[in-house]
Design a binder for this molecule. Structure first.
Ligand code: XMP
Length: 318
């Protein structure tokens, strides 16, 4: 992959030149873009880079641990991983409205990120994993689909933080970013990862959120994703996840009656996430995932599969 190797060499040189002996701060989300940006900048300037990962408590199962293992233990990157789940969950207590959830999470995220950054040697640069399509999108008027949900992303960070932006991926498309990530030895699971919304599981637990519903959804989602990997289907799907519905239904387990929550599985195929079709996952695959979830996840006794395309549906349920 010579073209991407050249890109890496040229960009590393550029970053060194521009940064000099200043410090760089990067908000790491665990997603492909910020992860590749972190690995690339670290290759250029090593310890002058600090990554801040804010765990709002609504990440996928074991996500913070995976980020710590990859970036701190394997790459030796200076990583500040903050467990801010108490603060986030406290503010989200009994909040049911999707837009209010997003606003609370977005605001709290910036607050935590800023207060963590203030403890570090004053960085001159704020690094972001902005890609070429993001650059285009913010330059051109966005369609109605964009304004339906307010988007919170790590990319949308603080103008007021008074740092220069460092965006080493802004000439690349997603597939090129993945190739760069592979050349930089990021784990394949990280490089191929589906997108994950900034507010995380908060918009996949319909209605109010608490620690128990997060645990239930994390377990169900992890089974679905693991099974997609096992059956070699993960890369055939653009985005897949489980949703926890605020609805209970009756079931039977052994010789007892159960009355537990319903879990919906969502899998979509799309190029741009503006429109999407639901993925025709094999029935046998769905049967296996369903029986694993009902048997292994305490709190769920029924699994349904979402067969709605976008539009009229959206990809997320909130
Ligand atoms: P929708 O649900 O609008 O989702 O069809 C389109 C894509 O955007 C992601 N998404 C978000 N990403 N913050 C994000 O960073 C958000 O608040 C948010 N809401 C939706 C969604 O996962 C899908 O990839």
């Amino acid at each position: 992959d010579w073209r991407m190797e050249d890109y890496i060499d040229a960009t590393v040189a550029e970053i060194r030149e521009r940064v000099g002996d200043e410090h760089v701060l990067l908000g790491l989300s665990g997603g492909v873009d910020s992860s590749v940006a972190a690995a690339l900048i670290h290759k250029a300037i090593g310890d002058q880079l600090t990554c801040v990962f804010v765990d709002h408590g609504m990440m996928r199962k074991d996500e913070r641990e995976q980020v710590e293992q990859t970036f701190r233990d394997r790459f030796g990157i200076h990583l500040v991983a903050v467990d801010a789940s108490e603060l986030f969950l406290g503010r989200l207590h009994e909040v049911e409205d999707p837009e209010r959830k997003r606003k609370i999470i977005g605001r709290t995220f910036i607050e935590v990120f800023e207060s963590e950054s203030a403890k570090l040697p004053a960085p001159k640069f704020l690094a972001q994993g902005t890609l070429y399509p993001d650059v285009i999108e913010s330059a051109v008027a966005v369609g109605p689909a964009q304004t339906i949900k307010s988007h919170h992303n790590v990319g949308g960070l603080p103008e007021k933080m008074n740092m220069e932006l460092l965006e080493p991926l802004r000439e690349l498309f997603k597939d090129e970013v993945r190739r760069v990530g592979r050349l930089l030895d990021l784990p394949e699971v990280m490089v191929e990862r589906h997108p994950f919304p900034g507010p995380g599981l908060a918009v996949r637990i319909l209605g109010a959120i608490d620690r128990e519903s997060i645990r239930i959804l994390q377990e169900a989602d992890a089974i679905f994703i693991e099974h997609l990997h096992t059956k070699g289907l993960y890369n055939d799907v653009s985005q897949a996840f489980a949703v926890l519905l605020p609805v209970r239904s009756v079931g039977i387990m052994g010789d007892g009656r159960t009355y537990e929550q319903v879990c919906a599985l969502r899998a979509v195929s799309t190029n741009d996430f503006m429109t999407a079709d639901w993925t025709r996952l094999p029935y046998d695959f769905l049967a296996e995932v369903s029986s694993r979830i009902v048997n292994e996840v305490k709190g769920i006794n029924r699994v349904v599969f979402d067969v709605t395309s976008k539009p009229p549906g959206t990809i997320e349920w909130e």
